[in-house]
Design a protein around this ligand. Sequence first.
Ligand code: FES
Length: 103
Amino acid sequence: MEKIGRVKDLKRGESVSFQYQGKEGILVKTKKGKLVAYSRVCPHEGGTIVWDADINKLLCECHLSIFNVDDGTVYKYSSVFDKMDDLTPIKLEIDDKKDIYTI
Ligand code: FES
């Protein structure tokens, strides 16, 4: 388990990047208050995943694929691609002190 942050440091609708197992992840507290985390590596060609609070989605700026924040599933992608895989979720655990860990 790696500590990646504290619940109180993240407001609803905000995100923060973190390192885990030598890779980069993105942690989002959704507007509903749910904590979710994903690899920042786009499943298409490795572009960087970013959080867009305005549309309440995650997106890859490389080819503008869009992903649902609640479960990382594909919301929209270019019709020139054959397919697009979902984002890779990172399991989280929150301890008694409200510290957030990847598991
Ligand atoms: S690398 Fe992300 S959509 Fe192509």
